[in-house]
Design a protein around this ligand. Structure first.
Ligand code: ATP
Ligand code: MG
Length: 478
């Protein structure tokens, strides 16, 4: 029966098999079921997707149980009674089940009053026409695309449009404003003009949304092919000034005595796009976003010289902690990485000058450690000059820095530096208790190696230690 019928969306054999099982289970329970939302949209766009959303006119949790049973033994159903939703994982697919619902919203919350509804009610509560597309899993019209709001045409025209009046849609659930901009950036679609105006008018309502949800959407924008699209829309919508005021401080150019500086906001967006061409790593993209965040706070006009931003690397590094805390981003490894890259982002530039010593190269390897490649990527992304000759020259300079880094690393192994003579060894040699002297001797060895005074070997470090300790009247006990 069902299995011979074609689907209006392209699906793999495995996906077809699952859909047929859902259809059969729904038929046996007597509840009409539909595949809806992101999966349908992404399949029509030819994007990879593994999350299926199924809506049924009836009990979604009961349907989930029946489907799980038919897929095999021991398939778990995670369900949330209060929300009436259930989730089943099968191979690499994640299938969400929910009963069709009708929603009504209150002013102060994005959590609506929910009552059971029809498929139509359910499609009405979807955020965008392209997310309201459904595929029938009913026997009578199995596989047919149900498209009440012309979502298919919008997919084709690359337009984000709300099914109902935009002002109502965004005011009801302000997270949808972030979602609209995220889809525009992710799919490279345009937000319909009236919808965008409604976002601008409702921007303030974003304050009722939890930071976790905002951050989730923001990170999806950061991971989109050209994050500047979403970031600029957030700015123009008036959302950025609420969710990320430090970015707004970078907007604009100040003129004094006929001299301006570059617009740090648009420069930053360009740097994020540049790095996005080379990496999908969210944290390297965040480092690009924040690399100049300390500029507004350090901006000065120096007569006869022009605009300066002295210390913006260190000030920016401090701001990373505050911003990560505000965004509820991971405060350990990831924050440390971004902070380090922001703090170090000027160092490779200083190494493009003439007569750079091996010692300066060693110090950068020591400070950047394993993040040296990410740092070099950030520095190259930071080149946003329109002048092709300049860009070429800067890139060649960085190429030379990379070469020197490689040579020095090969001979001195500084990147994952471990002291060749440890604190314990020092304490044992001179029968010392932990304390300042041990620390001073350790740093003296490190500095001597980084300065190139001695090679990075045990023998050299030990001989150096004996000499240093001798000057302090310490003698080895063995
Ligand atoms: P992605 O999975 O890429 O984040 P998606 O569109 O699938 O995109 P989900 O959060 O998985 O987003 O939601 C699935 C579907 O639920 C959406 O396609 C949409 O129909 C509906 N939906 C999700 N969030 C909202 C919302 N805030 N308002 C209205 N409908 C929503
Ligand atoms: Mg989804």
């Amino acid at each position: 029966m069902i299995s011979s019928k074609p689907l209006d969306i392209p699906c793999s054999l495995q996906e077809r098999k699952v859909l047929e099982k859902i259809a059969l289970a729904a038929h046996e329970l007597g509840v009409p079921a539909y595949l809806i939302g992101g999966f349908v949209r992404d399949k029509l766009l030819g994007r990879r997707t593994k999350d299926m959303d199924v809506v049924c006119v009836g009990d979604g949790i009961a349907l989930a149980h029946k489907v799980a049973e038919s897929l095999g033994n021991n398939i778990a159903v995670n369900f949330f009674k209060t929300y009436g939703t259930a989730q089943v994982k099968w191979n690499d697919l994640e299938i969400e089940f929910v009963g069709a619902r009708k929603e009504s919203y209150r002013q102060e919350s994005r959590n609506p009053e929910v009552v059971a509804g029809t498929l139509e009610d359910d499609q009405n509560r979807r955020d965008f026409t392209i997310n309201a597309l459904a595929i029938s899993l009913k026997e009578a019209n199995y596989g047919t695309l149900l498209d009440p709001f012309n979502g298919l045409a919008d997919l084709d025209k690359k337009i984000i449009r709300t099914p109902l009046a935009p002002a109502q849609t965004f005011s009801d659930d302000p997270l949808r404003m972030m979602r609209a901009i995220r889809f525009a950036s992710q799919l490279q679609f345009t937000i319909e003009a009236t919808a965008f105006t409604a976002i601008q008018e409702n921007a303030e309502r974003i304050r009722i949304i939890s930071q976790e949800r905002i951050t989730d959407e923001f990170n999806k924008i950061m991971l989109s092919p050209k994050p500047s699209v979403g970031l600029d829309l957030l700015y123009k919508a008036g959302l950025l000034k609420i969710i990320f005021p430090q970015m707004i401080d970078m907007v604009g150019v100040e003129m004094y005595e006929g001299k301006g500086h570059k617009d740090n906001f648009y420069h930053t967006l360009q740097v994020v796009d540049n790095i996005a061409e080379n990496t999908r790593d969210l944290w390297l993209r965040w480092a690009a976003l924040l690399h100049d965040i300390g500029k507004p706070a350090t901006k000065k006009f120096e007569p006869g010289h022009g605009w300066t931003f002295h210390g913006h690397d260190a000030v920016g590094g401090k701001m990373v902690t505050r911003i990560f805390t505000r965004f509820k981003l991971p405060l350990h490894d990831k924050m440390k990485l971004v902070k380090k890259l922001v703090e170090l982002h000027l160092r490779p530039i200083s190494l493009t000058k003439e007569n750079i010593t091996d010692s300066a190269i060693r110090r950068l390897l020591f400070d950047a450690g394993d993040d040296i490649d990410g740092l070099m990527m950030l520095c190259e992304a930071d080149i946003t000059s329109k002048n092709k000759t300049k860009v070429k020259r800067y890139l060649e300079n960085f190429e030379l820095v990379r070469k020197r880094l490689k040579e020095v690393e090969e001979s001195d192994r500084i990147r994952n530096w471990q002291p060749p003579v440890t604190g314990e060894m020092i304490m044992e040699t001179f029968a010392l208790q932990p304390g300042r002297i041990v620390g001073d001797l350790k740093s003296a060895i490190r500095e001597a190696i980084l300065d190139g005074e001695i090679p990075n070997t045990y023998e050299a470090a030990y001989a150096f230690l004996l000499k240093k300790a001798g000057a302090l009247n310490l003698t080895p006990v063995k």
